[in-house]
Design a protein around this ligand. Structure first.
Ligand SMILES: [Zn+2]
Length: 396
């Protein structure tokens, strides 16, 4: 299985050591987590070259990924539409609003991007079994890509995960462990499982260097879809932080390659019932403090102890972004309002990004000439029951 020409191995985010990609998921020197690194001088990629390629999958950017397209475990994830929403721009009082509709990925969420890259790495590294804890969507995605690669998969989902996630892990033939309680309980059960099985290859967020690496292709697509002009702001629903860290890296790489001039300001959107990143930003801390009693209807955002928070906070600071939390009823109402005015179906957790954008507008965060992208990380279909119960609570 071939790595790409510019891929230079894995770099420790703590001490800078370069590790051979096949060896480890942790820095042998300091135990830090690893990040794929590249020789950018060896990458010859310009706007015309990209424009000449079909917009068909995230692997059209293979020069900037660790593995070539021929060896990728892929179902053509990525290449999702960026939908112009002028009615939302009017409401927010900005120039343009687009929704990046990640719900149109193969298993209906943005996690397909990272699952594709991470399962490709697992297959290359000779793994027989991949395993992860997940609030839901990433468990479904990994089960799908593992199935395609012929690997066994083990997902640990909290009992509160959506029916679709649980059903589809089973449908893909994955080993499903439903753990009573919340995400923290599932993560604990996963760690026990990992301890008991020497042959399991972890695909937990940031344990593998490759999930956020897949997520970075969202930044490439958004920039290219806006013809390399902007956006000014990206609002992203944030749980573990793979998406936000990936977006920051992708944007940084585009700047390194002179494809864009400025990084978009990245805003982490969370739910008030579990907002460790927002609290850390407000207190100007370098890392989060765990949320003791997380409670939000947005399961994908209910990550009370996001281990990679320093990297998420770096991404926010480096891009001049911020963080915003809104309440569950406002989040669900945003999903309904967006569905009514644009026809697009937001997963409740992603509606936190829409709701967060409204909150930012109310706070006067926008000048009026911005282009704002709201990322819909999953298909509203996955949690139609949650959206419907919100309507019923409103007496509809
Ligand atoms: Zn290190």
């Amino acid at each position: 299985m071939a790595t790409t020409d510019a891929f230079a191995g894995l770099e420790c985010v703590d001490c800078g050591a370069i590790v051979d990609a096949a060896e480890s998921h942790r820095c042998p020197d300091c135990g830090g987590s690893l990040d794929p690194t590249y020789d950018y001088d060896a990458i010859d990629l310009d706007r015309e070259t990209l424009a000449a390629r079909p917009f068909d999958s995230q692997w059209r950017y293979a020069e900037l990924l660790p593995f070539d397209r021929e060896s990728a475990v892929t179902t053509n994830e990525g290449a999702t539409p960026l939908v112009d929403c002028p009615e939302l721009a009017d409401e927010l009082g900005v120039e343009r609003v687009y929704i990046k509709d990640e719900g149109r990925n193969p298993t209906g969420s943005s996690t397909d991007r990272g699952a594709s890259v991470a399962v490709t790495a697992a297959a290359r590294d000779g793994a027989t079994d991949v395993a992860l804890p997940s609030p839901g969507n990433s468990g479904q995605a990994v089960a799908a890509y593992a199935a395609r690669a012929g690997l066994d998969s083990h997902a640990y989902l909290p009992s509160r995960s959506g029916f679709t996630n649980k059903a589809m892990v089973n449908v893909h033939g994955g080993d499903m462990n439903v753990v009573g309680g919340r995400y923290g309980d599932a993560a604990g059960a996963f760690e026990e499982g990992l301890d008991e099985h020497d042959d399991w290859y972890s695909l937990a967020a940031f344990a593998t260097p490759y999930r956020h690496e897949g997520a970075k292709t969202m930044a490439y697509e958004i920039a290219e879809q806006l013809e390399w002009e902007g956006p000014d702001v990206i609002a992203y629903p944030t749980g573990a932080g793979t998406g936000l860290v990936g977006l920051a890296k992708g944007a940084r790489e585009l700047r390194e390659l002179d494809l864009i001039d400025e990084l978009p300001a990245l805003y982490a959107a969370q739910a008030s019932g579990c907002a460790p990143i927002v609290e850390a930003v407000e207190d100007d801390r370098e890392e989060h403090e765990p949320v003791e009693h997380p409670d939000t209807i947005c399961g994908e955002l209910e990550i009370p102890d996001p281990a990679a928070s320093p990297r998420v906070l770096d991404a926010i600071r480096e891009t001049g972004g911020g963080a915003v939390a809104t309440d569950d009823p406002d989040i669900l109402e945003s999903a309904v309002q967006v569905a009514k005015s644009t026809g697009l179906e937001l997963i409740p957790s992603a509606a936190a990004a829409a709701s967060g954008a409204w909150e930012l507008a109310e706070r006067g965060a926008f000048d009026g000439d911005e282009t704002v992208v709201i990322v819909n990380t999953g298909s509203g279909n996955k949690e139609a029951d949650v959206l419907r119960s919100h309507l019923m609570s409103q007496g509809v």
